[in-house]
Design a protein around this ligand. Structure first.
Ligand code: E4P
Length: 216
């Protein structure tokens, strides 16, 4: 399954019209770079209107009480669709656990190791976001982290689903899916790259040219 890693409503609307996307992820860096994001609530409401499925919005506070207040505010924007993205830490685990007890879905994010992923799932995260590109930046392979996490989730029947993010190349998508990601959250440019194959384009041109030139 694919989510879109973007906060641009026009792009989200266009790419959702392909019928291949099931949710949206945002993060503070994506939103900070989004020139159209002046007011967070307004932008997220635009994203909700342009998409379907869960929309992840990340907490930026660092102490537990402030994180819970922030989570309450985000959740109220669309209780059925907002997924509160909780940065991984001990406080993040407490917040994840508290929100799970209240029935608020969370996406535990910035996960770089199997141990972190397992803790996030045990704490009650609905999603665990493993960061493929950033793991590779450290010189490690992301695939074993995804494989071990998926195996552990299955073995203990934990409810969490793996989202693989921090996608830099098409091969990251394919490797994540093969390794057991439930979902890959793809940047718009990577999703568009999946369209292209010169042989497909050549074949379609050949077929249409033949049809045009047929004896009438
Ligand atoms: C998605 O949930 C993540 O926040 C995102 O994919 C991170 O991507 P980056 O590592 O390119 O910033």
């Amino acid at each position: 399954m694919f989510f879109l890693d973007s906060s641009n409503p026009a792009e989200i609307k266009e790419l959702f019209s392909w019928g291949v996307l099931a949710g949206v992820t945002t993060n503070p860096l994506i939103l900070a770079r989004d020139a159209g994001c002046v007011d967070l609530e307004r932008r997220i409401r635009e994203v909700l209107a342009a998409s379907a499925g869960p929309v992840s919005v990340e907490l930026t506070s660092e102490d537990e009480a402030a994180m819970l207040d922030e989570a309450r505010a985000y959740h109220a924007w669309a209780p059925e669709r907002i997924c509160v993205k909780v940065p991984f830490s001990d406080v993040g685990l407490k917040v994840t656990h508290a929100l799970a007890k209240r029935g608020v879905r969370t996406n535990v994010t910035c996960v770089m190791s199997f141990n972190q992923a397992y803790l996030a799932a045990l704490a009650g995260g609905a999603y665990v976001s493993i960061f493929s590109g950033r793991i590779r930046d450290m010189g490690y392979a992301a695939t074993p982290v995804i494989e071990r996490t998926r195996a552990r989730l299955e073995r203990e029947r934990l409810g969490a689903e793996i989202i693989v993010g921090s996608i830099r190349h098409l091969m990251d998508v394919n490797e994540a899916l093969d390794a057991g990601a439930h979902i890959v959250t793809v940047p718009p440019a990577i999703l568009r790259k999946m369209l292209h194959n010169p042989k497909t384009e050549e074949t379609i041109r050949e077929f249409n040219a033949a049809w045009e030139k047929r004896a009438k």
